[in-house]
Design a protein around this ligand. Structure first.
Ligand code: ADP
Ligand code: MG
Length: 379
């Protein structure tokens, strides 16, 4: 599998003030009865972007996608695509296609008939259909399966037929609602890379709905995190992970330790934070947190060191007890219970065969971290 990292690194139109969004949600609200499913949401998506809508069940992801596709209208606000207000434009007139979670293939039709179905409906000449279908099957590596019926395929192959079908008409935008939901974990991971390849080679704009944060982190150029119909943050996977805007986002993506406390004093970017237990930590980059503010210092497990003794010169160190331990081969995950009861998770790479500082259940242990190991959250 080739890495897309080097190709994509230079792709960041959202940082270019002169770049125009391709799709924009402008103050979009969707109300069902007295329930607000999407709440005054504004969001811009750029051409050729692989964009993920990420959120828990019921957060409004599918509703957003359905409004973009034209199956539903916003209660207020508007959705623009390539400079055009989409209101009133029926789904089939929009330059996009939607692949649903249950991507029902026609069971009595062959793979090639399934892929060519929409083209035939459009009245495309047969020779052109054949050429396009062959191209699409090559793209999803199913050339040898053209004559099979869906029940003669594996789950992953069926999923690829559905993909080929949904891009056969060459839409500008492909909307995918939980596209990998029906696949098992290993197949899902492989298919993530296939989706990225497909999006790259066709030069399409993808908007993918998922509740799986790893999936969003793997595939997307940018991720929008939704909660209760509201946009919590939109940023690249790395920014979401390294610089979450709130406790909600930090908790939603990956594991994180929250050191809750009150800013006792501030000197330039450096703040001293007093926790509920009275322990003090020193943090860098305190942002706009002022003395007296309640903040959380969010630190990822891999940024916390565990040791049997207090590390010399450590600024932030706390003593506790090893409460749980998981050896995962490439790394070990420690849970250390501090004096105030908080359990801290720390992970250490097992780069040498034998640890020089072995720790086991119920040992006294120190956790320590640098002042710049985490991020100060005020929300
Ligand atoms: P998600 O895709 O994030 O799981 P949805 O967008 O499907 O969430 O739904 C968001 C909320 O709106 C849910 O609480 C859901 O029950 C509600 N909802 C969605 N569609 C309708 C509808 N047609 N009528 C009433 N409520 C709806
Ligand atoms: Mg949904």
């Amino acid at each position: 599998m080739k890495s897309l990292g080097s190709i994509r690194r230079s792709f960041a139109p959202w940082n270019d003030p002169s770049a125009k969004p391709y799709i924009s949600f402008e103050n979009v609200t969707k109300v069902f009865g007295d329930f607000t499913a999407v709440d005054n949401l504004s969001l811009a998506i750029y051409e050729k972007e692989f964009f993920a809508l990420l959120g828990g069940s019921g957060s409004g992801k599918s509703t957003l996608l359905r409004m973009l596709a034209g199956f539903d209208n916003p209660t207020s606000g508007r959705i623009m695509l390539d400079g055009q207000d989409l209101r009133g434009i029926p789904p089939y007139r929009r330059p996009l296609n939607m692949m649903f979670q249950s991507y029902a293939l026609f069971p009595h039709m062959t793979v090639e008939a399934n892929v060519g179905f929409g083209l035939k409906q459009e009245g495309m000449p047969k020779a052109d259909i054949d050429a396009r279908v062959a191209e699409m099957l090559k793209l999803v590596k199913l050339e040898q399966f053209a004559k099979r019926k869906p029940h003669q395929l594996s789950g992953g192959q069926r999923q690829r037929v559905a993909l080929a079908r949904s891009v056969a008409k060459r839409p500008k935008v492909l909307l995918l609602d939980e596209p990998l939901g029906a696949l098992d974990k290993k197949l899902r991971e492989e298919t993530q890379f296939e989706l990225m390849d497909l999006q790259q080679s066709l030069g399409l704009t993808f908007v993918v709905v998922t509740h799986d944060q790893e999936e969003a982190m793997t595939m997307a150029d940018r991720i929008a995190i939704l909660d209760k119909g509201q946009l919590m943050q939109v940023a690249t996977p790395a920014e979401i992970y390294e610089a979450p805007a709130s406790r909600f986002v930090a908790n939603f993506v990956g594991n994180v330790n929250m050191f809750e406390g009150t800013v006792a004093s501030r000197d330039a970017g450096i703040a001293r934070v007093t926790g509920a237990s009275g322990a003090e930590i020193v943090v860098d980059n305190a942002g706009d947190a002022a003395a007296g503010n309640a903040i959380a210092f969010a630190v990822r497990p891999e940024k916390i060191k565990v040791s049997s003794k207090r590390p010399e010169g450590a600024v932030n160190a706390m003593e506790g007890e090893v409460y749980d331990l998981a050896y995962l081969g490439d790394m070990t995950v420690y849970r250390v219970r501090l004096a105030d009861g908080q359990v801290i998770q720390a992970s250490a790479l097992n780069s040498s065969r034998a640890s020089d500082d072995p720790l086991t259940w119920h040992d006294r242990a120190w956790i320590s971290f640098q002042p710049d190991a985490g991020i100060v959250l005020t929300r």
